[in-house]
Structures are given as C-alpha cells and as structure tokens.
Design a protein around this ligand. Structure first.
Ligand SMILES: C[S@@+](CC[C@H](N)C(=O)[O-])C[C@H]1O[C@@H](n2cnc3c(N)ncnc32)[C@H](O)[C@@H]1O
Length: 333
C-alpha cells in the first residue's frame, strides 16, 4: 500500500512503464503549444518585454531564459523562434536552459533548440540550475507534480492510499505537513469529496526562487486560486477523454492535479517573490495580440476552419482560456 502521491509518481515517471517516459506526444492531451504555435509566439513577446526590464535593471549581467518541464521542446522552439525573428538584439547573448526530468524528452528538446543558434544548457531539475538572472517559465508543469490526496469521510479527513492492484483505501495522514490542509478541508469538503495537495509544487517554487538571483518566474497552468481545503480532485486523461478510474492501469493515462495558485503566491511571498500579475490565459493571450493570428490564418476553407478553431480553443472560456491561468512573480528588481 502506498500513498496516492507515490502511486502518481511511479504511474507518471517510472522510467520503463511511466506515462511520460512512454508518452506518444498529443495522443492523450494537447498542451497549448502543441495545439497551436500562437500561444508560444505571444509568450515569446512577453518574455522579450520582461527580459528587457531585467536588462534595464541589471545592465551588463548575462541573462538566462529557463524553461522548466520543457517536454520535447515544442514550446521552447516557439519561444526561440519568436525571439530570433522579432527580438534579435535580445536573443544574441541570451543563454537558454532546458529543465526536464524525462531524459528522453530532454535529449530531443536540446537537439531541436540547438537549431536556433542560441547557447543551450540542460538539466533534469531546478535544484541543478546555477544561480541565474533572467526569467524562468513553465507550461503545464505544476499540474504534473505528484500530489497527496485527501478525502472527507464522516467528520474527518483521511488520505488516499493505493494498493498493488490499483484499489484505493483511506488511512491516516502520511506527512505532518498535510495536517493544516486536512483541518481546512474538514470544514469545506462534502462527504466523499477530494482535495489534492501538491507539497512538491511548493518545494519546487522555493527551489526555483532560490536559484533566481533577479528577474521573473512565469507559470502557466491549469488551475486557480483555491480557497483553503476547497475540492481539488485529480483527473486522469486518456486519448483526450477524462477517464473515471484514477488509480487503475498505472502508466496508461495522464494524472493531473490542478495547480493551486493561491499556495504558489503565498509560498512565493515567503521565498522573496512579489506578485506581478495573475490572469486567465485568455486575457494574457488577448492582451498579447493573439487576434493577429486569427486574421493571419490561411489555406483552403477546411484548413482555415481548423486553424481558427485551434486558436479559439486557447482563448475560449470553455476551452483553455479561463481554466488556465498565468502567474507572474518578480524577484529583486
Ligand atoms: C504536461 S507536460 C508539459 C510539457 C511542455 N511544457 C508543454 O507545454 O508541452 C509536463 C512535463 O513536465 C515534466 N516534469 C515533471 N516534473 C518535473 C520536474 N520536477 N522537473 C522537470 N520536469 C518535470 C514532465 O516530464 C513533462 O515532460
């Protein structure tokens, strides 16, 4: 018997059978950059504006651009293309660092990004980064962190455990750090409701903040600012559908727990990160000029429809537009 957190860890990252090491890109879900390059292009412009601010505040200091959880480098290449084409002066002298725990993807990402002629470094975790000045961004990383799972039962809140055959049972809290969450969840959850707690997301943020000398941390993810102990159940995706059985057949489906932006903002404040902005993906993309991509779409009627539908999915409230958020935090500027 192991905690749901440990089950999620091996289900997603076991080197032989885990979902990510064996994933076929886009077979089970699309991330925003996999859906359409427009989101990467808008992000690239935003990154250029933010790095220009860092350069203004820290003249003469070499700047790094870090993507954490870069997967196979799809987004990194969109960002690099945007910087090369629209912000060449900034791109020159910029060091790109890719961080990815799935080694097979990291190798592919480095190979793809090298084609853009920027110096590229790579590592498997933010704890391995040198201290840097610049910007660290991530897309759909936080919701892929293994999380503890709490469930309301009778008057109390217990933790979910999973046995060898994928059967779930409830037991006591495995970690003292879960006690405060459990106490809050006791008064907010209804019987049987669940609350995922990503201690890893908080530890990751502390680590990322410690390595950032000065600059920005930009996080794009599925989630919201949850009230303490509010329902926040994990989801399992297979072939673009939500599947009801969470814990059976490990490695065959993507498990995610929505990012808790409230705890990222609070943890960030403790780690020296000031809140610069928090907005929906839709607002972020519209402010960044995604409309231009809609009018630039070309091709025959079918291709045009497909192209526009994909861009609209990025901004539409029932697509990714309101369910995804963009958090920008600032350090020492
Ligand atoms: C949902 S994918 C997103 C990939 C890419 N950012 C995109 O938008 O297409 C999440 C990625 O984060 C990676 N990952 C998970 N935990 C990580 C960690 N602690 N450090 C670095 N990468 C991690 C996974 O291996 C996976 O490639």
């Amino acid at each position: 018997m192991r905690t749901f957190r440990d089950h999620m860890e091996s289900s997603l990252y076991d080197p032989e059978r885990g979902f990510y090491p064996t994933r076929t890109q886009t077979a089970d879900f699309y991330t925003a950059p996999e859906l359409h390059p427009a989101s990467g292009a808008v992000l690239s412009d935003k990154i250029a504006a933010l790095l220009t601010r860092v350069r203004g505040a820290r003249p003469g200091v070499g700047l790094s651009l870090v993507e954490a959880g870069c997967g196979d480098g799809t987004l990194a290449c969109q960002v690099a293309r945007g910087l090369r084409e629209k912000h060449p002066a900034l791109a020159d002298g910029l060091r790109f660092v890719l961080v990815e725990r799935t080694r097979k993807d990291l190798t592919v990402a480095v190979r793809k990004l090298t084609a853009f002629g920027l110096p590229v470094d790579a590592c498997t975790g933010v704890d391995r980064l040198p201290r840097f000045t610049g910007l660290l961004y991530s897309n759909e990383l936080i919701d892929a962190f293994p999380a503890h799972l709490l469930q309301k039962k009778d008057d109390g809140v217990l933790e979910v455990y999973v046995d060898e055959s994928g059967l779930e049972t409830l037991g006591g809290l495995s970690r003292p750090e879960l006690a405060a969450e459990a106490a809050a969840a006791a008064s907010t959850l209804a019987e049987g409701e669940r609350h995922g707690v990503s201690l890893e997301a908080r530890a990751w943020l502390r680590e990322a903040a410690a390595h950032l000398e000065s600059g920005f941390l930009l996080t794009v993810d599925y989630g919201k600012r949850f009230a303490p102990g509010a329902p926040n159940p994990p989801r399992a995706y297979r072939r673009h559908q939500i599947v009801p059985a969470l814990s059976s057949e490990p490695g065959t489906k993507d498990l995610t727990v929505p990012a808790d932006f409230e705890s990222l903002i609070a943890e960030g404040a403790r780690a020296g990160l000031s809140l610069e902005s928090y907005q929906s993906l839709s607002t972020f993309l519209i402010e960044g000029g995604i409309d231009a991509w809609l009018s630039a779409a070309a091709g025959d009627a079918a291709a045009l429809y497909r192209e526009r539908a994909r861009i609209k999915t990025l901004v539409h409230p029932e697509g990714m537009g309101e369910t995804f958020k963009v958090l920008l935090q600032r350090k020492s500027l």
